[in-house]
Design a protein around this ligand. Structure first.
Ligand code: SF4
Ligand code: SF4
Length: 372
């Protein structure tokens, strides 16, 4: 495993981190965690050098913090870095800041967090954080030693990022960065602004919720021909880890195979060569032609009051239609789904919750037209 040094504190952080939002589940439709399978993955991760574990209040319906706290109890507290996040949507008053933070320490079974973030900063969440003076509260926790490094995870636009960077003293920033979002969501400019501010980046969604682990057949063929022994996902991990301003690449791994693939990529990490960058550009050009819906499967948009299984609908669209244009196969798949697109009444309640700014009701209507 490779390690990088946090420029503000000297902490030695593994270049690969375990994101705890997509742990193995006992049942794919539930939020729960298969503790035995997930614990085995944490143990393998630790034995192979991963030292950064990222959880949040919302992950796995609140179970992620409980799980990772328990799973890490087998290891000395100073031997790993635990990251957690303050959720704007759980705060109605200033008193709630202490309630949430104390409960998070209790759930994780620790008395401090190594890295702590304002979760999912975008326009409405930022207003809530500022109105409730959450930064000041967390800065006090840092002074008390209950937070070692303070940052934020970001899902907004470039102008707001500039505002947030200037508003307070930060130790790091977590952004969504991968070779598709480099242009699509202007991760390129976000990365530049953050590093120009003297901060390092934690990377989330390097494989875009798994979408970059299996591109379209044409794009896959280009990458396989350029590096027959490497997985498609490894290109995404190497793209993110190859940027010098990146401290840690977080991957939300769900299976031992994904963990093994990421570990083997990072244990023998080499940045993309110029020839590989050219192959990746060619693959990306093929992939872009398919016009997939850029859903990462994060499930922040749920629950929908009408029971629409939003990420499942988009996953089926991407897999069954975007590449093959087979309306029949999309129709069959959507027909078997509980919570299909036809239930959407375009109430718009999901729109603000989507960090990818996807026009969810519009897409639901389009998919209904396709499967008519
Ligand atoms: S717009 Fe449609 S998918 Fe979104 S919350 Fe409303 S009913 Fe559900
Ligand atoms: S539609 Fe948006 S919020 Fe819902 S799962 Fe996809 S990316 Fe996440």
């Amino acid at each position: 495993m490779q390690y990088r040094i946090h420029n503000k504190t000297g902490a030695e952080v593994s270049l690969l981190g375990l994101g705890c939002m997509r742990l193995p589940k006992p049942d794919p439709s539930s939020e729960g965690i298969d503790y035995a399978a997930a614990k085995a993955m944490v143990d393998t991760a630790w034995q192979r050098g991963i030292r950064y574990f990222d959880t949040a209040w919302a992950y796995h319906g609140g179970e992620s913090e409980l799980f990772i706290g328990k799973a890490l109890q087998d290891y000395p507290r100073e031997s790993f870095f635990l990251a957690d996040k303050m959720p704007a949507w759980a705060l109605e008053s200033k008193e709630d800041r202490e309630k949430v933070f104390s409960r998070q320490l209790e759930k994780c079974g620790v008395d401090y967090f190594d890295f702590y973030l304002l979760h999912s900063v975008q326009n409405s969440n930022w207003d809530r954080y500022e109105e409730l003076e959450v930064y000041n509260f967390l800065a006090r926790k840092k002074a008390e030693g209950k937070i070692r490094r303070l940052g934020f995870s970001y899902h907004g636009d470039v102008p707001l990022l500039e505002t947030v960077l200037k508003a307070h003293e930060w130790d790091f920033v977590q952004i969504q960065l991968n070779y598709l979002d480099w242009e699509l969501q202007d991760a390129k400019t976000q990365y530049r602004l953050i590093t120009e501010a003297g901060l390092q980046c934690m990377i989330m969604e390097p494989v875009r919720g798994g979408a970059l682990a299996d591109l379209c057949p044409e794009a896959n063929a280009i990458l396989r021909s350029a590096a027959p022994d490497r997985s498609i996902a490894s290109w995404a991990i190497r793209f993110a880890a190859g940027l010098p301003g990146v401290l840690c690449v977080l991957s939300g791994m769900s299976t031992p195979e994904q963990l093994e693939d990421n570990l083997s990529t990072m244990e023998a990490f080499t940045p993309l060569s110029d020839a590989e960058k050219e192959a990746l550009d060619a693959a990306l050009a093929e992939y872009r032609k398919a016009r997939t819906i850029p859903c990462t499967g994060c499930r922040y948009c749920l629950p929908c009051p009408m029971g629409v299984a939003i990420p499942d609908v988009f996953r089926l669209y991407n897999h069954k239609y975007a590449f093959s244009h087979s309306a029949e196969s999309l129709k069959n798949a959507v027909g078997d789904l509980e919570g299909g697109p036809a239930a959407c009444v375009a109430c718009g309640q999901c729109l603000d919750k989507c960090p990818q700014s996807i026009a969810i009701p519009t897409h639901m209507q389009e998919i209904c037209e396709l499967v008519k």
